[in-house]
Design a protein around this ligand. Structure first.
Ligand code: BTN
Length: 268
């Protein structure tokens, strides 16, 4: 497992308490149980493998050795636009990846971080007992048996492939170099997220709008949006997101519609 003490030592905020595991069913389950038992903000569960990992809309999220899987509790209180925090989480992941040397990063609305147009990680958000459980799965080192965890048509990107010439795959177990890298990913993420989260709590998503729009994938392109709740399709040209993190889609008649949830599909 990763060294929780070593991670905490390098965190610049005392908010986070790291709980590290080799294999769990799902780090989301641990954090949700913690929240249901009157847990507070900042509980982090991190695992090297999950045997019951899941993604958005209850889809399964394959979690073999080589990836990084973690979840944490947030209690943002009365902020009205809680779902926009997942866009801020995506921005923090992008910043963390950049700090570690990864390039060609973009965000596919609402919160998939892409490397060179391929999905490198997924973020889930669940409201539980007055708090939020944020779950993050990152493809880092290519697992021994590669099978895509992706629910969409996007190919998989691995951070390790971008950064390591050697040791970018899992061979049996993780090497010390690979474990240290996973630890530095956790550290970089929480150090980036801590300050963005404070700003989001004070000022809302609006202050992140232009940073988010500057890295938004599909901007200016025609897409279809599959909305989850209504099971309908909306089409349009991606304009960007608004101050609430909603996706703005220009219509042929010149009007603009905004969407607060759904899955973007590129039109070919
Ligand atoms: C998505 O559908 O893109 C979101 C995937 C979220 C996966 C992560 S891995 C850590 C945490 N535990 C889970 O079971 N899911 C999330």
């Amino acid at each position: 497992m990763l060294n929780a003490e070593c991670i905490e030592e390098y965190l610049n905020s005392p908010l986070w308490s790291i709980h590290s595991f080799d294999t769990v069913e799902s780090t989301n389950i641990l954090v949700k149980d913690y929240l249901r038992n009157s847990g507070s903000e900042g509980f982090v569960a991190v695992a090297l493998e999950q045997d019951g990992g899941y993604g958005r809309q209850g889809r399964s999220w394959k979690s073999p050795l080589g990836g990084l899987y973690f979840s944490f509790s947030l209690i943002p209180g009365s902020n009205k636009n809680v779902s926009s925090v997942s866009l801020v989480v995506a921005l923090a992941l992008k910043e963390a990846f950049e700090n570690l040397g990864v390039r060609r990063l973009q965000i596919k609305w609402p919160n998939d971080v892409l490397i060179n147009k391929k999905k490198a990680c997924g973020i889930s958000l669940e409201g539980v007992a007055g708090g939020i459980c944020v779950g993050i799965g990152i493809n880092v080192f290519k697992p021994e048996e590669v099978s895509s965890n992706l629910s969409s048509s996007y190919e998989t990107a691995y951070l390790g492939t971008e950064l390591f010439e050697h040791e970018n795959k899992v061979v049996g177990s993780l090497s010390n170099v690979q474990k240290r890298f996973l630890e530095s990913l956790v550290i970089e993420f929480f150090n980036a997220f801590s300050s963005l989260y404070e700003r989001w709590k004070n000022a809302g998503f609006g202050i992140f709008c232009s940073a988010y729009n500057s890295v938004l994938f599909n901007k200016g392109q025609e897409i279809t949006l599959e909305t989850i709740t209504l099971n309908t399709i909306v089409e349009g040209i991606v304009q960007g997101v608004d101050a609430e993190g909603k996706l703005l889609l220009a219509q042929q008649d010149g009007s603009v519609v905004s969407a607060s949830s759904g899955e973007v599909h590129t039109k070919h």
